[in-house]
Design a protein around this ligand. Structure first.
Ligand code: DX5
Ligand code: ZN
Length: 218
């Protein structure tokens, strides 16, 4: 059985007690850090200085999801900060191939995200440049939204393309992941799952991580 990865999103954590909140998910594969700039998405969260502090105290590697405009300019700084995996949005990058190479050159895994309405096909030739492809399963910007089942065919097509390319690209989904929707996303081919409210909304976040991992592994 292939074990999946569960990356809790701290968007649903208590922002005043982040260090303690990170300790509650020390059994996770990585911590998903949502950076929003109120331009690319209509919400504002944290920036590089806070991410650097999370990086310093986190028991697990960081998976930064940059929902910011002008990714070409800002994303490399997150790699320089030691963030293990840096994901920018394709819609926010003028030169995604150059940016992916720059992230790798700075020691990070290169991730690229697609909004629910963005087709994956124009990007398939750049799969070998990526370590992670994130297919958003809600419109980015807020936690607690419902999973969009209309993204399942895109997840399937991305899985087929990744397998066909022979490149080692993780297929991540983010938004509305629960013990129920994770099964559908896993069946479609996703193997890295971001979960915010399903983890931090649970009485025991670590136990929620284990339940999701069991449901998403196949
Ligand atoms: C949404 C963020 C997600 C969000 C997921 O824009 O990218 O990471 O925190 O939250 P849930 O799991 O509650 O949908
Ligand atoms: Zn996210």
């Amino acid at each position: 059985m292939a074990q999946c990865c569960i990356n809790p999103s701290i968007l649903s954590a208590d922002f005043v007690n982040l260090e303690a909140e990170l300790r509650r998910i020390s059994n996770a594969d990585a911590v998903h850090v949502d950076v929003m700039d109120n331009h690319f998405v209509p919400n504002l969260t944290i920036g590089l200085p806070v991410v650097q502090r999370i990086q310093a105290v986190s028991p697990v590697p960081l998976d930064a999801h940059l929902m910011i405009a002008d990714a070409d300019r800002w994303a490399p700084g997150f790699a320089d900060a030691g963030v293990a995996s840096v994901t920018f949005h394709a819609e926010a990058s003028i030169a995604p191939i150059k940016l992916a190479r720059e992230l790798r050159a700075r020691g990070a895994k290169a991730g690229m995200a697609l909004r629910p309405g963005t087709a994956v096909e124009p990007y398939l030739d750049m799969l070998p440049e990526l370590d992670l492809l994130l297919i958003m399963t809600v419109e980015p910007g807020f936690g607690g939204q419902s999973f969009l089942d209309l993204t399942l065919p895109k997840i399937r097509r991305a899985r087929a393309a990744i397998d066909g390319s022979g490149a080692a690209v993780a297929l991540q989904v983010d938004g509305g992941i629960t013990e129920d929707t994770i099964v559908r996303a896993a069946e479609a081919g996703a193997n890295v799952f971001v979960a915010g409210s399903a983890v931090y909304g649970a009485a025991d976040p670590a136990e929620a991580v284990e339940r999701l991992r069991a449901a998403g592994s196949r």
